[in-house]
Structures are given as C-alpha cells and as structure tokens.
Write a protein that binds this ligand. Structure first.
Ligand SMILES: [Zn+2]
Length: 460
C-alpha cells in the first residue's frame, strides 16, 4: 500500500485524531498496514474457514518480526479520555491490557464480557485497544478492542446497573470475487501456481487441503493438468480484509476431475460450514465429529489467566460457548468411563474410544449416559450447562491420547458430518447452482475482480 492509499485509509478512519501521529511517518503507515492485513487474513481464515482445515484450527505461533514500540498517544478530544494499547507478539488481550497499567480486577471484568462475544482465539500482534477509565480511575468505563480497521468491539459500563454491556460497530465493506485458473507447467505445483497468482498463503492452503482429499498431488499431478479456483474476498476501500475459497476444481490426466464447493449456513459459526463435493460429501479426511453444532471458542488449550482466580494456570481443554441445554454429542463411539458430578467440573462425562484415547465433556447441565454404557459416534450424551466452577455457560471439551495424556483437542481433525443430508443437502445444491452461475458470469465478462457485491451486514 502506498502513501496515498495509507493516507486515504487513515482519513476513512473515524478516529482520525488517534492516528494523526502516524501520518507524519511513511514507514509507520506501511508497518500498520501490514499488521492490519495480517490480522485480517488470520481473522477471516479462522473465522470463515476454520472448519475446513483442521490442522490450522489454532492460530499459528509465528512471531511478528515487526519492531513494536509504544503506540502513539491519542490526540485531540479523545486523548484526554482514552489510554492506547497494542497487542505485542506472543501476548493475549489480557497481557496487553496489563501493560497499559490497568488493574487485574478491572481488566478481567471487561475481558470476560468480551470473550463471550468475540472469539479472541485469533488475536494478533498489532491489534489495538483503547481504554477509558472511570472518574475515580479505579475501573474501566469503556473498553474498545479493534482487531482491524473495519470492526470495533466495545464493552461499556452501564452506570445505572453497574453491568458491562457489549456492542459492535462495523465499517461497510464489500465482497469481490476472483477466478484463478490455469494449467500446470512443467516443474510447477498447484501450490506455487496459486501463490504466484497472488492467492494468499492461507487460502492456497485451503485449496490444497480440500483437493488433497481426492487427489494425491505428489504422485499424480502432471504438466497440463487444469485447475480453477473462485475466491470471495472482502475489502474495506482498497484494504484487503480476508477471503474464502468458494470453489476449487482440478482436472488431471491421472487424477480425473474433482470439484469442491463452499457450503455456508445462516449461522456463521455452524460446524457444517465447510467444503463438500456437489453430492454433499465432506472434503476432509476422516476425523472426530464435533461435540457441538456451533463452534465459538471462548478459551483454548494452554496457559491462561484464570477468569475467576486471576492466576496463570494450564487449561487442559477447549471451552466452547454454548447456551445451557445445547445438545452435546460423542465425538466418536466408545465406552462411558466417567459420568459423575464434582464441584469443580460440574456434571462430567468421559468416553474411552477404540484406540484408547478418551474425550471429556465438563460443566454439563444434564448427563444422559451412565458409566459402562456403549455410545455411538454423534450420539447425544447430555446437554451443556454451567455446573461446577465456571464464569459462564460453556462446554469444556478435553481430549486424552492413548497414553492417557491431555492434548490440545483442536489438534485432532474434527468434522460435523461425512455427508450432508436432507435439507442441508438441498441447501448445498442451491449454493452449488449459485456458484456455478457466478463462475459462468465471471467467465463471460472475462473480468477478474470486477464482479463485486456490496456487503452491509457483517459476515463472521
Ligand atoms: Zn475449560
């Protein structure tokens, strides 16, 4: 992005005053733009495509090599009221807020409201935080988390109730569609060809991942093989925010012809949102089935600051937000080895699977299976709740490997279904038709990014 575009972007920002300092420094604009872009890629990829590539369900731990300095203090009317913060490499939101000199108690209060409304799993270095303190400077009256230049997540203290209230504002963005098609040349791979066509690495990875379910590129790709990819990319002005692979096909001498279509339900967090063949077959290697139909991660596996005790401790599972009473499914068939209650885990169930691994489900409202019982894959074993020591209703889902060691459940491959059926299959077929029509339209216009649709409603 050149200076002019950077300048334009800044002018488009509602908080012009906060970023004024940046305008004086060309380099700072470039750095900021890159950070926004990286944040955008990760957010959209993990938001829209997380379901389809199980190997990358967790944000990669690569470090930003961008030098981080203290963010500029806001100027003008805002400056007196707001403290500015920025997420540094390897930091979570909590650590970033601690660096701003906010008390642990005040920070946890707002972050606990925020993490039930925003999937903080994808937080990246460079993202911005603004804090307005209460008059006595002891608490937070307004907290703004700004993952990119489009979205603001706000947590505001309602002075009449004393409760924190979440709200979100968003700048209008638009979708642009892009077709990338071509023929493999001698010595090239689909991966390299896509990267050379300016397809971002995460989307290139998605294309490879879904096609690899049908094709062994290593042994069967040949010179002259034909591919076609349709991307839907989201823009804020000229700023690229993220993208989704809507379609991918491959026709090869040895591979035959294969097509993948993106299926999306109204709920952007549906576990069924993924890539399928036109017949509804999931394009993913076999895996566990998701324990819930809706996937919103409140807290992931690993070290964290405990939301109640404030202490740093290991979290041995992944917390999915779920309304009390939501059906919980067995991720694979097996034998129930635990179905009991204790004051910390609440109602809990554990299932030992055929390979000796086990899945664990905590804080349930209701348990509908007994110890010793055999359960089938996807069988409903109970409902989620908020029993035991919790700060809000969620399912704590954990996984032990065959050696009885806890492991990150997000490292396991998980799918909603191996094949769409009934109304879901019908919905897929309608979407397949739409995507084919769009491919045809773009082909006729012979235009790449010309075909755009304005988006006013947020797509998460
Ligand atoms: Zn948990």
């Amino acid at each position: 992005m050149d200076f002019k575009q950077g300048f334009k972007k800044i002018l488009q920002n509602r908080r012009i005053s906060r970023l004024t300092i940046v305008i004086t420094e060309n380099k700072a604009i470039a750095v900021l733009s890159i950070l926004f872009l990286v944040a955008g890629i990760v957010i959209i990829e993990y938001g829209l495509d997380r379901v389809t590539i199980p190997v990358s369900t967790e944000a990669p731990d690569e470090k930003s090599d961008t030098e981080t300095t203290a963010p500029p203090l806001p100027e003008g009317d805002y400056s007196a009221d707001y403290l500015a913060g920025e997420v540094k490499p390897d930091q979570g939101l909590f650590q970033a807020v601690m660096d701003m000199g906010i008390s642990t108690d005040a920070a946890l209060k707002v972050i606990n409201v925020l993490r039930y409304n925003v999937e903080l799993i994808a937080i990246r270095a460079g993202e911005k935080v603004w804090v307005k303190l209460t008059d006595g400077k002891t608490g937070i009256s307004e907290f703004i988390y700004e993952p990119d230049s489009v979205v603001d997540h706000k947590v505001t203290l309602d002075t009449t109730t004393g409760e924190y209230v979440y709200s979100m504002t968003e700048e209008p963005t638009e979708f642009r569609y892009r077709v990338i098609e071509g023929t493999l040349e001698e010595g090239s791979s689909l991966n390299d060809t896509l990267l050379n066509s300016q397809v971002p690495p995460n989307l290139t990875g998605t294309v490879n991942g879904i096609l690899q379910c049908k094709i062994s590129f290593r042994t069967d790709a040949r010179e002259g093989d034909i591919f076609k990819v349709l991307l839907r990319e989201r823009y804020y002005g000229d700023e690229w925010i993220g993208g989704t692979v809507m379609y991918a096909s491959y026709r090869g001498k040895r591979t035959g012809f294969h097509e993948a279509f993106r299926y999306s339900e109204d709920d952007p967090k549906s576990s069924y949102n993924a890539h399928y063949t036109p017949e509804g077959e999931a394009l993913i290697h076999s895996g566990l089935r998701y324990p819930l139909d809706r996937l919103f991660i409140v807290s992931r596996y690993g070290m964290r600051v405990h939301p109640i005790t404030g202490r740093r401790q290991m979290h041995y599972g992944v917390d999915y937000r779920a309304r009390p009473g939501t059906k919980v499914h067995a991720v694979a068939r097996g034998k129930v080895i635990v179905s009991s209650y204790d004051s910390i885990s609440g109602n809990k169930i554990a299932i030992r699977h055929d390979d000796g691994s086990s899945s664990w489900y905590l804080h349930l409202q209701k348990r509908s299976v007994k110890k010793g019982q055999q359960v089938k894959t996807r069988q409903v074993i109970g409902t989620s709740g908020s029993t035991g020591r919790v700060e809000g209703p969620h399912l704590h889902f954990a996984f032990k490997n065959a050696k009885n060691q806890w492991m990150n459940p997000l490292k396991k491959r998980m799918i909603a279904t191996p094949k769409l059926e009934g109304s879901r299959l019908e919905q897929l077929q309608a979407q397949v038709k739409d995507i084919r029509q769009r491919l045809k339209d773009i082909g006729e216009n012979d235009a790449g990014p010309a075909d755009t649709v304005t988006l006013t409603k947020r797509v998460e």
